[in-house]
Design a protein around this ligand. Structure first.
Ligand code: ZN
Length: 666
């Protein structure tokens, strides 16, 4: 197995051209291969094809997301449509599909092992789901739908972008911002360019400032601006866009033989069926909303005690919830941050836990080329000393980097080609002042562990075929390993390893450890009600039958009916995303599968419970997680894997219990 380190000095334009030419030639030679096809000359050959193109595409995307320049923007604008055309041309080659279909028809006589059967099925299913078996008229209509959908997705994104900018809230005086933490006041000042203040809108309905602003009228103004996005008329209204996207997806699902887009989406997932998904969502929604109703009473009392009258409103909830949390835990984030030094969180947290569970070791490699001097590189080795791949980490926020955190790979794990994975993680940690340590917020720490959970599924992969290796699993379980690792971060025995005061080296006080563990639980009634409501809204939009439509001016009523139907219409809670800015499903990877977050959390909760009962972070527990699930990519059914790991049937109980919602359910 070898490590082929990328050359970050490459001129990506010519490299993409060369990659496309190589890929096309490889596909042509597969298509023209001898008949009958074999697994090796078709599936294995497809797996080997396109490596150069794949790497160049990942490098272009990484540059664009992490170190954007005018040059890479020009390159992307030119190359993205051509890459899409290339994928269409080589991806749906009928000669290649004929070979795959023949292999599927003869699968019983091919003597395939479980991995080979899985990768053959994956290729076949991808092509069937993309319309390979439709007649020419059907394929023509499918192409039209796909083209229209990609234009609509771009329009959705553009409209949202315009509305988000246009609806930012102007504030004239600092006094109105009373309660807002100083860094947020400064950011609002910068956003206004020195003339007053501007509160920019972030994606969800509730804004970060809602938890802090004492001025109730300003909270209301901010809320109304946020939820008006894309649904107030005018040229950037997204209601017609959303309605047309949903109708076209329903039509496409019908062409492909499904009753709705949700059925089409869930058929390729692990949760089983649309009915099982809705059952999970309504169970969590019922438990969470019942707890939220009780909580609403407390916040309404606090609101009235402040001298306000009338009902608790959605712009009040985050404010009174934050106040209650502060009173309960007497803890503030600025103090906790002093205990989270980046280097220490990585070495004594992230890596130490991977060592305890899986025996992995991480060695700094300053000699290996990297895309930017800030990026750090480690070589990863197994307990027996064998190489597992490379990890790149790009930690700091900078101009030209998108917000948020993510991971990806320059190369997927591919024993078929003797290739080890090259995985990278990108964060947006505040760059430290000169000479000072880089301090993380509790949220930064969780995010770091979360992304590293994805990284581990790549580094621990033992699957031969890259298409079904590592994180190339059904999207409704892709967040399971990341959520699992994320929740390890706040375990008291893990915090004891890495949470030390940057100046004194003191460990974190027990009360702070407890507070950190209670934060998510405190928010659960609110966040789980919204989470279930949004996933049910996704199911409703994508549950439309072919031919069924929603009129643009009925979008608001459609949303209200969904909440009403599932008894989640809590006026003071509302939706996390209204349809007109629900980007995950209208311009993102989750149409019909927004439930994935809860489904992965359900699997994670059962596994955590088992881990606690079995003594926590031991090599034996790690070996079980690794052997049954983390090393096996898409080759194992994750539900079976969780059954084998924990010895119990997956159910929603442990999830409700971890979120403190079990009692509320009864
Ligand atoms: Zn994730």
């Amino acid at each position: 197995m070898t490590i082929a380190v990328p050359d970050f000095g490459l001129d990506l334009g010519p490299e993409l051209e060369a990659g496309m030419a190589e890929h096309r030639a490889a596909i042509n030679s597969i298509a023209a291969g001898p008949w009958p096809p074999t697994f090796a000359d078709t599936i294995e050959a497809l797996e080997r094809a396109g490596g150069r193109l794949h790497l160049a595409e990942r490098m272009m995307q990484d540059t664009s997301y992490s170190r954007s320049t005018p040059a890479v923007q020009v390159l992307e604008a030119e190359m993205l449509p051509r890459l899409a055309a290339h994928r269409d041309a080589v991806g749906l080659d009928p000669r290649v599909f004929a070979r795959i279909a023949d292999l599927v028809a003869r699968r019983d006589e091919l003597g395939l092992d479980a991995e080979q059967a899985c990768v053959l099925d994956r290729y076949h299913r991808d092509l069937v789901r993309a319309g390979a078996t439709l007649d020419p008229a059907g394929q023509k209509r499918l192409r039209e739908i796909n083209e229209r959908l990609s234009a609509l997705a771009a329009q959705f994104r553009r409209n949202l972008h315009e509305e988000t900018a246009a609806l930012a809230v102007r504030v004239e005086t600092a006094a109105e911002l009373d309660g807002l933490p100083q860094p947020m006041v400064e950011a609002a000042g910068r956003a206004a360019g020195g003339d007053g203040f501007v509160l920019k809108l972030s994606l969800p309905a509730a804004q970060p400032a809602h938890a802090h602003l004492h001025d109730r009228a300003l909270r209301e103004r901010l809320w109304r601006a946020s939820v008006a996005r894309g649904r107030r008329g005018g040229e950037h209204d997204n209601r017609a866009t959303v309605a047309e996207i949903a109708a076209l997806r329903a039509e496409r699902a019908g062409l492909l033989g499904f009753g709705s887009h949700a059925e089409y989406a869930v058929a390729d997932q692990t949760a089983g069926s649309v009915a099982a998904v809705v059952e999970l969502l309504t169970t969590v929604g019922a438990a969470a909303s019942s707890a939220a109703r009780a909580e609403a009473g407390r916040h309404a009392a606090a609101l009235h005690a402040d001298g306000h009258s009338g009902p608790l409103e959605p712009w009040d909830w985050p404010y009174y919830a934050a106040r209650e949390r502060r009173a309960r835990h007497a803890v503030d984030e600025a103090r906790l941050q002093q205990f989270f030094v980046l280097e220490r969180v990585i070495a004594d947290g992230l890596f130490a836990v991977a060592g305890a569970l899986y025996g992995l070791a991480f060695v700094t490699r300053d000699d290996i080329p990297r895309p930017d001097p800030d990026v750090r590189v480690w070589a990863v080795t197994d307990a027996d000393g064998t190489d597992r791949g490379l990890l790149y980490l790009d930690p700091f926020a900078s101009d030209g980097k998108q917000g948020g955190a993510w991971m990806d790979a320059y190369a997927d794990p591919a024993p078929l080609m003797g290739r080890l994975p090259l995985v990278f993680m990108v964060l947006n940690v505040e760059r430290p002042a000169d000479g000072g340590p880089a301090l993380l917020t509790p949220l930064d720490v969780r995010i770091l562990f979360h992304e590293f959970g994805h990284v581990l599924q790549m580094l621990l992969s033992d699957v031969t075929y890259p298409r079904v290796a590592g994180i190339n699993v059904a999207s409704d379980v892709v967040e399971f390993p990341s959520k699992l690792y994320e929740s390890l971060a706040m375990r008291p025995d893990v915090l004891a390893r890495y949470a030390r005061h940057h100046a004194t080296g003191e460990p974190m006080a027990e009360a702070d450890v407890a507070a950190l563990n209670n934060f998510a639980r405190d928010d659960a009634p609110y966040t789980s009600t919204q989470g279930a409501a949004n996933a049910l809204l996704d199911q409703a939009w994508h549950g439309l039958a072919p031919g069924e439509t929603v009129a643009p001016d009925a979008v608001d009523a459609f949303e209200a009916a969904v909440l009403e139907r599932h008894r989640l219409a809590l006026p003071a809670v509302g939706l996390h995303y209204h349809s007109t800015f629900f980007i995950h499903v209208f311009d993102g990877p989750y149409p019909g599968t927004h439930y994935s977050y809860l489904w992965s959390a359900l699997l994670e909760a059962i596994t955590q419970q088992w881990l606690d009962e079995q003594g926590g972070l031991t090599r034996a527990n790690g070996a079980r997680l690794r052997g049954e699930f983390l090393s096996r990519g898409a080759v194992v059914d994750p539900i079976d894997a969780v059954r084998r790991i924990t010895g119990r049937e997956p159910s929603v109980g442990p999830l409700l219990e971890r979120r403190g919602l079990l009692r509320a359910q009864g």
